[in-house]
Ligand binder design. Structure first.
Ligand code: IVH
Length: 648
C-alpha cells in the first residue's frame, strides 16, 4: 500500500536524521516503547458528566428548566443534537495546531496521560488542518472501537483460545489503557470529537453546531448524525430517528445528547454539581444489563439439537423483560464459563434473540464449586425430554438426541414446523396447542392432525368450543397444498424452502422424489452430496413412509408436473433482482424466473448470470457493474425470457 511505503521511507529518513523527527510525524503512531505507569494529568477544565433523561417527560422538564433559567418561558429553544457515543471520554490538547497531550477522564479532575496510545489512533490528527491554529485548543471527545474492528479482535482472541471482550466499550477501554502503545496500535481505535474545553488565540463561533463544523474543518472527526432542532418536539423527533439508525451504525451509541446551541446561553445556565444545566443525555433502553443465572436448562429442538438456555432473574434490557437467554451450545457455555448463580451480562440488541455475553466470575458467590450444582456446565448424556442417549459427532458443535422418531420434543417441533406459515400454513395451531395435543397423546405425527375431531380438540383444557372449531377449519383448509410446501413441511434436514421448490419442480410427484437415488437427486440444481444423503435417508426410514402414507390418505398435498426438462434454456442460471421494476413486482419477476428454470438469488457474486435492476438499485447494481455482469432492465428481462437471449 502507498501509505505503508511512504511510512517506511519516512522512518528511514528520521532514523538517519533524528533532528527532523517531530511529535506529529505519522511514524509516531506506530506505538512507542512501553511505559512503567501512566503519568497523572490535572484537567484545567474538569471533565464532567451529563444528567440523564429516560422519558419524554424528563426531556420536557429539562427544556422547561432551561427556558426558565434563560427567562424565555414562551420560546422554543434551539438545540444542537448528536449521538451519545458509548466509549471513553478523553481530552486532547493541541498547542499551535500540534497534538501534545491526551488524557483520560479519570475522576473528572485528574486523569491519566495516554498520549502515546492516542497517537496510534489514526482518526486523531497529530496536526490540525489550518494555517491559523489557535495557540491552545483543548478538544473533548470519545474514544471507541468500531463494531467491525471489535468483531475481528474477538474472533482473533477466540482463535487463540483467549478471553473475548464483552462489548466494544470494554475493548476500547482495555486497549487505551495499555502500557504498551504497540498493543493499542494493533487494536484500531476510533475517535469522535464532541466539544472543546479551552481555547486561546482564536475566537470560537457563537454556537455549538458551528464549533463542531469548525472542528470538522480542522480534520477532527465529528459525528455525521448531528443536527440542530428546536423545542421538545424537535428533540423527540431526532431521538426517534436516531433510534431507527442505531442498529445500523458502525459504532455503539447509548442515547442522544442535547445541548443548548448558543454558547452564550450555555454559559448563562452554567453547571449544577457535576453536570451542566445546558445539556442532557437522553438514553435508549440499555442493550446490556447484569442479572443472575438461576438455572441452566437444556431444550431439545426439531432436529434433536440440545440447546443450553440460561434461566435468568428477570431483567429489563433492550426494551423488554428478559427471563431466558440462549447459550448456543456446549462449547459456548464452556468458553464463557457460565455457571448457575453467576452474575452475567445479558444483551438484547434490536430484534436479536437475547444472549449471555459474558459471565463475571469475580462476582461468583463463594461456595462449593466442586458441587455439581455450581461447577462448570456439563451437557447431559441423556435427552432431557425422552431420556434417550445423546450424541455429539466429531467436528460438530451440536449435541443431539438420538431418538429422532419418538422423542416428544422433536415430535412437537416437527408438528409446529409442519403447520408453520411457509409450510402447510395451518391457522390457529401454535406452540401451546401442539404441546397439549402431543402431551395428551391425541397427536403423535403431523398426519394425526387430519383425523382430529372437533370434539377431541374441544375436550382439551382451557379450550373454547369456538377455538376448537377454528382449529378444525384451519386444518381442513390446509389439505391439498402444493407439493413444494409439502416437501418443505416434512422437515427433512438440509431441505429448506428453496430446495423444496427445486425438488418439487424437478420431480413433480412425491413418489418420484421418494424413489430418487443419489444420482437422480444430484440432477437438481444446488443439491449436493450432503442434501442428497439427507433426502434418501429420510425416505428410507419406514416410520417416515408410514406418516407420508397417512398424509396421502388425508390428501395433504397435490402432485404437480415434472418440469425439469422443458425450460432447459435457463436451467442452472442465476438471476438477482434489485431495485423496483416499473411493472413487475418482485414476486412476479421471481415466479417468471423460476418458471423458466432459473433461480432468483439474493446476492450478487461471480456466479450470477443476470442482474435485473430497477429504480433505486443500490449496492447490488454497483457490484454487478464491478464484476462486469449482464445487467438488464425490465424490458430487457422480458425480452430475454421471450427470446432466450439478451438484447445487445
Ligand atoms: S458532552 C459537560 N457529548 O457522556 C459534559 N458527552 O455523562 C460534556 N459522551 O463521559 C459532555 N457522547 O464522554 C457529550 N456527544 C456527546 C457525548 C458525550 C458521549 C459521554 C462523555 C461523558 C459522558 C457524560
Amino acid at each position: 500500500m502507498e501509505y505503508d511505503r511512504l511510512l517506511r521511507e519516512l522512518q528511514g529518513l528520521e532514523a538517519a536524521h533524528p533532528h527532523l523527527l517531530t511529535p506529529d510525524s505519522p511514524t509516531q503512531r506506530v506505538g512507542a516503547a512501553p511505559l512503567e505507569d501512566f503519568a497523572q494529568v490535572v484537567h484545567d477544565v474538569p471533565m464532567l458528566s451529563l444528567n440523564n433523561a429516560f422519558s419524554e417527560d424528563e426531556v420536557a422538564a429539562f427544556d422547561r428548566r432551561a427556558r426558565e433559567g434563560l427567562e424565555r418561558e414562551g420560546d422554543q429553544l434551539e438545540y444542537a443534537v448528536e449521538p451519545k457515543f458509548d466509549g471513553l471520554a478523553i481530552t486532547l490538547r493541541y498547542k499551535h495546531g500540534v497534538f501534545v497531550r491526551g488524557a483520560t477522564r479519570g475522576d473528572g479532575t485528574t486523569g491519566e496521560d495516554v498520549t502515546a496510545n492516542l497517537r496510534t489512533i489514526r482518526a486523531i490528527p497529530l496536526r490540525l488542518e489550518t494555517d491559523a491554529p489557535p495557540a491552545l485548543l483543548e478538544v473533548r471527545g470519545e474514544v471507541l472501537m468500531l463494531r467491525r474492528d471489535f468483531d475481528r479482535l474477538n474472533q482473533e482472541a477466540r482463535e487463540r483460545g483467549e478471553k473475548a471482550f464483552a462489548n466494544p466499550r470494554n475493548a476500547a477501554a482495555g486497549s487505551l489503557r495499555q502500557l504498551d502503545p504497540r498493543i493499542t496500535a494493533r487494536r484500531h481505535l476510533h475517535f469522535f470529537a464532541y466539544g472543546t474545553a479551552g481555547i486561546e488565540g482564536v475566537k470560537l463561533p457563537a454556537t455549538h453546531s458551528a464549533t463542531m463544523d469548525w472542528l470538522a474543518a480542522l480534520r477532527l472527526p465529528v459525528a455525521r448524525q448531528r443536527d440542530v432542532v428546536s423545542g421538545v418536539a424537535g428533540l423527540m423527533a431526532y431521538f426517534n430517528e436516531l433510534g431507527t439508525l442505531r442498529a445500523g451504525l458502525p459504532f455503539d451509541i447509548d442515547g442522544a445528547v442535547y445541548k443548548l446551541n448558543l454558547l452564550a446561553d450555555q454559559e448563562r445556565l452554567g453547571f449544577v454539581a457535576r453536570a451542566p444545566r445546558f445539556a442532557i443525555a437522553h438514553k435508549y433502553p440499555a442493550q446490556e444489563e447484569l442479572t443472575v443465572v438461576e438455572a441452566i436448562e437444556v431444550q431439545v429442538g426439531r432436529t434433536g439439537v440440545l440447546t443450553p438456555v440460561a434461566r435468568l432473574q428477570p431483567v429489563f434490557v433492550g426494551g423488554v423483560t428478559v427471563t431466558n437467554a440462549t447459550l448456543h451450545n456446549e462449547d459456548e457455555v464452556r468458553r464463557r464459563d457460565v455457571r448457575v448463580g453467576d452474575t452475567v451480562i445479558v444483551r438484547r440488541a434490536g430484534d436479536v434473540i437475547p444472549e449471555v455475553v459474558a459471565s463475571l466470575p469475580e462476582r461468583r458467590p463463594l461456595r462449593d464449586l466442586a458441587s455439581p450444582l455450581h461447577g462448570p456446565f456439563v451437557m447431559p448424556t441423556a435427552c432431557p425430554v425422552c431420556g434417550a442417549p445423546v450424541q455429539r459427532l466429531d467436528g460438530e458443535t451440536a449435541t443431539r438426541c438420538s431418538n429422532t422418531l419418538e422423542c416428544p420434543a422433536q415430535r412437537k417441533q416437527a408438528i409446529l414446523h409442519f403447520a408453520s406459515r411457509r409450510a402447510m400454513d395451518i391457522e390457529g395451531l401454535g406452540d401451546k396447542l401442539v404441546e397439549q395435543l402431543v402431551d395428551t397423546g391425541l397427536v403423535r405425527t403431523p398426519a394425526d392432525l387430519y383425523t382430529l375431531q372437533t370434539e377431541q380438540i374441544a375436550g382439551l383444557e382451557r379450550m373454547a368450543r369456538k377455538s376448537a372449531e377454528n382449529l378444525k377449519s384451519g386444518i381442513e383448509a390446509s389439505r391439498r397444498r402444493p407439493l413444494a410446501r409439502f416437501i418443505f413441511a416434512l422437515g427433512i434436514r438440509q431441505v429448506g424452502e428453496q430446495t423444496a421448490k427445486d425438488l418439487a419442480r424437478h420431480f413433480g410427484k412425491l413418489d418420484e422424489l421418494a424413489a430418487a437415488d443419489d444420482a437422480a437427486l444430484r440432477q437438481v440444481a444446488d443439491v449436493g452430496p450432503v442434501v442428497a444423503a439427507s433426502i434418501t435417508a429420510f425416505f428410507l426410514e419406514s416410520h417416515n413412509r408410514d406418516v407420508i402414507e397417512a398424509l396421502r390418505r388425508a390428501e395433504a398435498w397435490v402432485d404437480g408436473e415434472a418440469r425439469a426438462a422443458a425450460p432447459a434454456r435457463f436451467a442452472g442460471k442465476t438471476f438477482v433482482l434489485t431495485g423496483t421494476l416499473p411493472n413487475l413486482s418482485r414476486d412476479q419477476a421471481k415466479a417468471m424466473i423460476e418458471a423458466v428454470g432459473g433461480k432468483a438469488a439474493g446476492s450478487v457474486s461471480g456466479k450470477t448470470d443476470y442482474v435485473v435492476a430497477g429504480a433505486e438499485a443500490g449496492s447490488k447494481l454497483a457490484k454487478a457493474q464491478q464484476l462486469n455482469l449482464r445487467i438488464l432492465d425490465e424490458s430487457g428481462f422480458l425480452q430475454l425470457l421471450d427470446q432466450g437471449d439478451s438484447p445487445s
